[in-house]
Design a protein around this ligand. Structure first.
Ligand code: GLY
Length: 282
């Protein structure tokens, strides 16, 4: 049975609860449209479609609406993992493109599957991706007030009819960070999948990376641990360091799990539970 879970980041509201309904409506719309695609298409198409829509919606911190780094530049990162072929690809700190997830998808066909900085942007231009300014007035204002949110990011994990699992993640970073900082998103700590499970993380990238969270959970499932336990054990380990992050995951039987550390208030996600779309905000 097909399954899809998406997320719109952790703590992105940063206290602005009035935006909860807007985020809920957007997540539901994106989930519904992407799930319709999954019913006739592949996990890869679905993850890319969902993340493109999340990147295009300025309320999320990825693609259009990405946060600005300390030097006033937007640098975006994205990754895609094909669990069947064990193939990870991604871009780190790419600039002036609309959909970083599409750059990650293009790189999955290359010999060298992860590119960074100017060379990643050059690669996108060579492959026909147009110049695009992802800065929104709201993010510019946040930057001018030097308001660094602690987290953001979008992601999707899908299981298709053929049993293939894809995971994808895309982020504009945390805002006002040291230029060139590398988050968890374009690493196997933030995005990982196998034939048995897939994970996409959101939260403080350094902590997700230190925990190797996505790869750790997937490896546990590969070794026979149920997904629920793999997420729970990993969250317990992260809590011992007081880490702040969350994640979405699914396994090859279509079970979904949303995890968050005790220090994190919110993960914004959507998946289908029996007869309705379930979302969570607090
Ligand atoms: N997880 C997103 C970031 O740390 O940039």
């Amino acid at each position: 049975m097909e399954q899809l879970i998406i997320h719109g980041g952790a703590g992105s509201l940063e206290g602005k609860l009035a935006e909860a309904q807007v985020m809920h409506d957007s997540l539901c719309k994106i989930w519904e449209e992407s799930f319709a695609l999954l019913q006739k298409g592949t996990a890869e198409e679905t993850v890319r479609h969902a993340i493109r829509m999340l990147e295009d919606d300025p309320i999320f911190n990825a693609g259009t609406g990405s946060k600005l780094q300390a030097d006033g530049q937007v640098r975006m990162s994205s990754a895609l993992m094909d669990g069947t072929n064990n193939r990870f690809s991604g871009v780190i700190n790419v600039q002036n493109i609309r959909n970083p997830i599409e750059a990650a998808a293009l790189l999955s066909k290359e010999e060298h599957t992860v590119l960074s900085a100017d060379q990643a942007t050059d690669f996108c231009r060579r492959h026909g991706m147009a110049e695009y300014d992802p800065v929104t007035p709201e993010r510019l204002e946040e930057y001018e007030k030097r308001c660094s949110g602690k987290h953001g990011t979008v992601g999707a994990v899908a299981l298709d009819k053929e049993g293939r699992i894809f995971a994808g993640t895309s982020t504009g970073g945390i805002g006002c960070e040291t230029p060139g900082r590398v988050s968890d998103c374009p690493t196997v700590a933030g995005t990982y999948a196998s034939t048995k499970a897939g994970v996409s993380c959101t939260g403080i990238g350094e902590q997700i990376t230190q925990q190797a969270a996505a790869a750790r959970i997937v490896t546990r499932v590969d070794d026979g641990m149920p997904l629920h336990d793999a997420v729970a054990v990993t969250m317990r380990e992260s809590n011992s360091f007081n880490y702040l992050y969350g994640l979405i995951s699914l396994d090859s039987e279509g079970h979904v799990e949303v995890g968050k550390t005790a220090a994190l208030n919110e993960v914004f996600y959507a998946f289908h539970d029996e007869s309705s779309i379930r979302t969570f905000f607090a």
